[in-house]
Design a protein around this ligand. Sequence first.
Ligand code: NIG
Ligand code: FE
Length: 412
Amino acid sequence: MLITNIKALVGIHPKEKLVLRGSEMAHLPVLENAWLLVENGLIKDFGPMATLPSSISHLPYHNAEGRFVLPTWVDSHTHLVFAQPREEEFVMKIAGKSYEDIAAAGGGILNSANKLAEASESELFESASVRLKELIRLGTGAIEIKSGYGLTVESELKMLRVVKRLKDTFPIPIRATLLAAHAYPAQYRNDHQAYLNLIIKELLPQIAKEKLADYMDVFCEQGFFSVPETDQLLQAAARYGLKPKIHANQLSISGGVEVGIKNAALSVDHLEETNPEVIQALAKSDTIATLLPSCSFYLNIPFANAKELLQADVPVALASDYNPGSAPSGNMNFVVSLGCIKLKMMPEEAINAATLNGAAALALSHEVGSIAKGKRANLILTKPMPSLAFLPYSFGQPQLEAVIINGEIYNG
Ligand code: NIG
Ligand code: FE
């Protein structure tokens, strides 16, 4: 595939640039009036139209006049596998109940776990496939998917086997994360250690045996998993080679960021609540701060302090948090708009956060997340647009004309 007359080819970072720290994120290298050549599903070459080699100018081409080409979004935090939506909780929220009220009344994560226990592996695979196809059509070209609605050995394995099937079936890179420590099941409410032992002694060995997870997540939050509990779980996971990507500081300053950094977390996610100490701890580490503004939008909780994180030179990623309870949308175009509108990121910063830094938060930035020779040709071709800022500006109206996965227009 040869694409010609591209109004601007966006996100041309040097191939060895695997992550961008805060101050680097304002720089989104662009080539105007460009061509791009794909071979064997990879980006073979690109350049300005004036230099289009005669050796390829005879190839069939796609004329992208007036349109931009970007790397596809990398959504590094989702809970895409679930049995049922929870729109009844949405209605409770409108009537004034908080996320914590709903969880305390038997809703929330435990509600999803009850529904998931009844669903078969193939039902879960079918419904997740429908969602994933929709997300790819919306420009997502690599994704992370968590367990965490199982909360029993059997159901956590069921969820991760579904993710494995998605990995084997879909044409995009998928990473799986074990989130058995998402909430304490009712029978362990007064015996936390018994549930931790279940995860450490039964689940982790089985998951390692079947190679079902790439990462380990814990919901480190008041009323969920404490800092010492989180530490214990992350240390156990490390013995199986699972690095942490954890839920931290969603509802309070939980200590999650610090325990994540201590355990060399690839990312700490949410961070709706921070203070100067938390930001300093991140600034001194290589852990990525993954912000999930759709969750703040939907739950009406504070938005993360992206500005200060960027000023402190922390690498920031944006992801959807797609899940039935706190972010029932996996639309990364909307996430990028919220990044600009609510987190006050510049369009360049938000796009870098949703592409290269999202890829870094999955250790995939050697493969996706920017325009570089040899990387996967997972690309967004926009509609005709006056400028790049038009993309996040037109919130709720994705400006995508086509999504290209491994060099082919995605029709799934
Ligand atoms: O990332 N905070 C924990 N987990 C999800 C919500 C899960 C749910 O409500 O089902 C989140 O927001
Ligand atoms: Fe989440």
